[in-house]
Design a protein around this ligand. Structure first.
Ligand code: SF4
Ligand code: FES
Length: 247
């Protein structure tokens, strides 16, 4: 073994909620680290060498699909993007909290994101009837770039899992949900007014329910500017509240 080769010790959460005999516990596996090993590679080796029943999710292996997020030494991260060389010899892997557990490291983020999309009606609300012959409206480059920035979210759920408010109330919209609102609130094609948005933003699960831990932006693998999103939505909401008092 070369001087630089490490023996990695993985402590992995195991539980199958569908099996009445299954009890939550951790299993320990040891692997020799290889160059450029990611957690995704390590988990596949563990599954091939030691336990074909180990459950975890992945699809793209390149930080695009958002399905491989898990708790890595207590912090949400993408398994496909995390190099073992950036971690200590002992690596603890747990499923993301807040989301429904499917088994071991696999969680159902889809139900949470679908509920968020339905609650925020995350699609363009165009009040004019569709006219296929109409000339396409122009959008300024700055607004298009700002919308594109928010649209980079891959729905991995890391910001939700890291969020103190979402861990208390899983219906809190959290970074991902509020980011989605900002995206549509900025879009000039969407004709919902600030007063319409106020209903959801000022609700118990809206932007003021954030308890200020600021973990969402820290853990977002796409480095979305979530704190700017919170600032934008709070300023908009306060302006709406003040203007309605003046009327
Ligand atoms: Fe993941 Fe970032 Fe989107 Fe949250 S905002 S779901 S951390 S990509
Ligand atoms: Fe798609 Fe990791 S496998 S983001």
């Amino acid at each position: 073994m070369s001087e630089t080769t490490r023996q990695l010790r993985f402590e992995i959460f195991r539980y199958n909620p569908e099996d009445a005999d299954s009890e939550p516990h951790t299993d320990v596996f040891e692997l020799e680290e290889t160059p450029f090993m990611t957690l995704y590679i390590a988990l596949n080796q563990i599954r091939e060498k030691f336990d074909p029943g180990l459950q975890f999710d992945f699809a793209c292996r390149s930080a695009i699909c958002g399905s491989c997020a898990m708790m890595v030494n207590g912090r949400p991260a993408l398994a496909c993007r995390t190099l073992t060389s950036d971690l200590p010899d002992k690596i603890c892997l747990y499923p993301l909290p807040v989301f429904k557990l499917i088994g071991d490291l696999s969680v159902d983020t889809g139900t949470w994101f679908r509920a968020m999309v339905e609650r925020t009606e995350a699609w363009i609300h165009e009040r004019l009837p569709f006219d296929p012959d109409a000339t396409e409206e122009r959008m300024s480059d700055d607004i298009a770039a700002a919308i594109y920035e928010n649209d980079r979210c891959i729905e991995c759920g890391c910001c939700v899992a890291a969020c103190g408010a979402a861990n208390i109330d899983s219906a809190f919209l959290a970074g991902a949900g509020l980011n989605r609102i900002a995206r549509f609130q900025m879009d000039p094609r969407d004709q919902r007014t600030d007063a319409d948005w106020f209903e959801v933003l000022a609700s118990e699960q809206g932007v003021f329910a954030c308890i200020g831990m600021m973990a969402c932006e820290d853990v977002c693998p796409k480095e979305l500017p979530l704190l700017d999103v919170y600032g934008y939505l709070r300023r908009k909401s306060l302006a709406t509240a003040l203007s309605s008092r003046e009327k």
